[in-house]
Design a protein around this ligand. Structure first.
Ligand code: SAM
Length: 277
């Protein structure tokens, strides 16, 4: 996969040289290129922002440096729209980090990991002139994406998170692909608690079932711990969970947590609503 990141702070992306993502780059699994937006300005001061039309606080990123930068990294013309039927390769996906974007989730990371080319446009100040998004639709599949319901100073931190979440799903990046299967959010639930040696630590014992060697019992305990933890911490996830094929023991585990299976979906029993918070 090739990823291009455009930012006024290219140094901010330096952590992507470390750890598994850094190794994936060295191994040629990920071609990640970081570009300085200011290299696509034409004035002496390398200006990338200006005051907002309509007034108000803050500055807005100017459209032309963005068009020049995005056209250069994606190898398209900044002036001409893509000719109909001329596309030989699929359009790159342009991800525009924004608190006003769709929520970036594990499912989104999985979708993006299937793409050949991603381009990230890191906004700063009050964001990027909206016309850039309209122009970009001629050349890219544009996806404004939010890391969560809070406001950061710029898109770089969001890009660090998104590139890591997508990059670790690429074949060969994580040593044991099995470890991707049982993680939080891979199946719509949170992961079960994990433990390592020693089995007894500061008067706290590892749950006995994990020492039993009984793989069936361990798998069941882990599933039930996923249910318990998700019900406690993220009950919103259970509303989306496909419970249609749950075995009887798992339905009982959910019943103990106050959930019944109705038409394949989990429904909180009214008499338990509010008990868990
Ligand atoms: N005025 C914008 C608004 O209210 O939607 C916020 C601008 S924010 C100060 C500057 C930049 O930080 C945004 O353009 C975006 O690139 C990035 N950013 C801030 N919060 C983000 C979030 N939750 N997810 C992704 N990117 C975010």
């Amino acid at each position: 996969m090739r990823i291009d990141v455009v930012s006024i702070f290219p140094e901010y992306l330096a952590p992507l040289e470390l750890s598994l993502i850094g190794k994936a780059r060295q191994d040629g699994l990920l071609d990640l290129r970081v570009h300085d937006l200011r290299d696509f300005t034409t004035d002496r001061h390398r200006t990338v922002d200006d005051t907002p039309y309509g007034g108000g606080a803050g500055m807005v990123m100017k459209p032309e440096p963005w068009a020049q930068a995005l056209a250069a990294v994606a190898d398209v013309s900044a002036e001409q729209p893509a000719a109909a039927g001329s596309a030989v390769a699929p359009r790159p996906v342009l991800i525009v980090p924004s608190p006003a974007g769709e929520r970036f989730t594990q499912a989104a990371a999985q979708e993006l990991a299937e793409e050949d080319r991603l381009v990230f446009a890191c906004g700063r100040y009050e964001g990027i002139d909206e016309r850039v998004m309209e122009w970009a639709q001629e050349h890219f599949t544009v996806r404004p994406m939010s890391l969560g319901d809070y406001v950061l100073n710029g898109g770089e931190v969001a890009v660090l998170a998104m590139v890591e979440a997508v990059g670790r799903l690429l074949p060969g990046v994580v040593g044991n692909p099995e470890s991707l299967v049982e993680e939080s959010h891979s199946d719509g639930l949170l992961e079960y608690p994990v433990y390592t040696k020693p089995s007894s630590w500061r008067d706290r014992e590892v749950p006995a079932v994990l020492l039993s060697g009984n793989h069936g019992k361990i798998a069941q305990w882990r599933r039930h711990e996923q249910y318990r933890r998700t019900a406690e911490r993220r009950p919103d996830l259970l509303a989306e969970f496909d419970a249609g094929k749950l075995p009887r023991a798992d339905r009982t585990a959910f019943a103990d947590l106050g959930y019944d299976v109705v038409d394949g979906r989990l429904r909180r029993r009214p008499d338990t609503a509010g008990e868990q918070n």
